[in-house]
Design a protein around this ligand. Structure first.
Ligand SMILES: Cc1ncc(COP(=O)(O)O)c(C=O)c1O
Length: 438
């Protein structure tokens, strides 16, 4: 029996097989999990996760880009717990201070340009749904443009602009969405692919620009496989959209709050979007979502609206503590520096291992695309790498339209030593798979 089980009482843990069994009986079949042999995670501490047998894992996925400040970060959870024990919930109908403090904090020094008004909600999907509603109210237009293979959420509007087939679960999605090619094509040079994307945008706008409320984009497509457009791409997109009075919504749900080495990934492109949607890292694991815009655009959202839990004191106090932590610990600069080392390390592995077809990303948002002889083998190889890395103590994510991109989005506090050790282990795992197959 492990120390962990002794500490907490073994009966508290039913073990991974029993958890899987319960999922089979009581969850919907749409939910899935990584790994043939998934561990039961019972504890987290900064960059580490622990399973019920006391095995330790270095977490390079951060609960899909969420826990940027580390698991159960004591400086943050202390504030969360204090608020939980003081005042948990009232709704925005009543006056509480944390939500206005958070909105003020975002407006003064976090959000770019003239973005200064924030609406709080509970998740990324809700944030994008609200951002899209806002764009309709402001422009008095109905339709949207989105990039192929983007992911924006699981509500009706946000699933409608989601371009990854596997995440479009509804057969009756809105038809008022035009998808254009993303600025990436494995068969083309990145610059050429980005030009094609821009050309497609130009054509759509010329044909029906006056019906389009907004274009929604992830500055770096996360689920789509860490697609990182050339530096000029979003500047040109924004200029084109402005010509037609179409708003730009930046979905910074994965990329926001320092992950890419800037506070928001759009900063890399020198572009201030009209609306930014945020979630994930803002709460470091406590649910929160938000969208923000300018005074002028916000003024159009004057019909009654609300969110029962949006801006609740617990999430707002947590988010304020997260922003303090990011600032005090220099996490944005850290993501650029240590994340840069991770990206370079992956590129070195690419030189050595023919399995790695491409390495992409910025800061601590990196992807390594694996390619076998066909799509099926590429996905199987990726699963094999994930499983072997887990068995050696490393949690890595996976994404990409073919589910063949290793995703590295660790807590930003991840030390260089852990990055180096992970890269060495990945080197060994790839060597073994190349020798033996998966
Ligand atoms: C870029 C992006 N937008 C939106 C969402 C939806 O967020 P949520 O799952 O919090 O609703 C996700 C979730 O993974 C995401 O990655």
């Amino acid at each position: 029996m492990s120390n962990l089980n002794q500490e907490h009482g073994k009966e508290a843990y039913i073990g991974p097989e029993a958890v899987l069994e319960k999922r089979k009986h009581y969850f919907f079949p749409c939910t899935h999990h990584f790994y043939k042999k998934p561990p039961q995670i019972v504890r987290g501490e900064m960059q580490y996760l622990y399973d019920d047998e006391g095995n330790k894992y270095v977490d390079f996925f951060a609960g899909v880009s969420v826990v940027a400040c580390g698991h159960c970060n004591e400086q943050i959870t202390a504030k969360t717990i204090e608020q939980l024990q003081t005042l948990q919930h009232t709704t925005t109908i009543y006056l509480t201070q944390p939500m206005v403090d958070l909105a003020e904090r975002l407006a003064n020094g976090i959000l770019p340009g003239k973005l200064k008004r924030t609406f709080f909600c509970n998740s990324g999907s809700e944030a994008n749904e609200g951002a899209m509603l806002l764009a309709r109210l402001y422009t008095k237009r109905r339709d949207f443009i989105a990039l192929e293979h983007g992911l924006h959420g699981r509500t009706y509007l946000t699933m409608g602009v989601t371009g990854i087939p596997m995440w479009r679960s509804d057969d009756y999605l809105d038809t008022g969405v035009t998808f254009i090619p993303r600025p990436y094509d494995p068969e083309l040079d990145d610059e050429v692919a980005a030009r094609h994307s821009l050309e497609a945008l130009r054509e759509v706008l010329a044909a029906k620009g006056d019906t389009i409320a907004a274009m929604i984009v992830e500055p770096i497509q996360g689920n789509g496989g860490m697609i990182t457009p050339p530096d000029w791409y979003f500047r040109e997109v924004k200029m084109l959209l402005e010509r037609y009075g179409v708003l730009l919504i930046a979905d910074e749900i994965q990329t926001g709050f320092g992950r890419t080495g800037k506070m928001f990934a759009m900063d890399h492109y020198g572009v201030v979007p009209d609306i930014i949607s945020m979630a994930k890292a803002l709460g470091n694991g406590v649910p929160i979502g938000a969208f923000a815009t300018t005074d002028e655009i916000a003024a159009s959202f004057n019909r009654p609206s609300a969110s029962t839990f949006g801006g609740n004191p617990v999430s707002a106090v947590t988010a304020l503590a997260v922003l303090d932590y990011i600032e005090n610990e220099g996490l944005v600069e850290r993501a650029e520096m240590v994340g840069g080392r991770l990206l370079n390390g992956l590129r070195v592995l690419q030189e050595k291992h023919s399995l790695i077809a491409d390495v992409r990303g910025k800061g601590f948002m990196c992807g390594a695309e694996l390619r076998g002889t066909d799509a099926q083998e590429s996905a199987a190889l990726t699963d094999a790498v994930l499983e072997k890395m887990k068995d050696r103590g490393y949690i890595i994510g996976k994404n990409g339209t073919g589910r063949n991109v290793l995703a590295f989005q660790p807590p930003i506090i991840m030390p260089s030593e852990d990055v180096n050790a992970m890269l060495n282990t990945l080197d060994d795992v790839l060597t073994a798979i190349e020798a033996e197959g998966c």
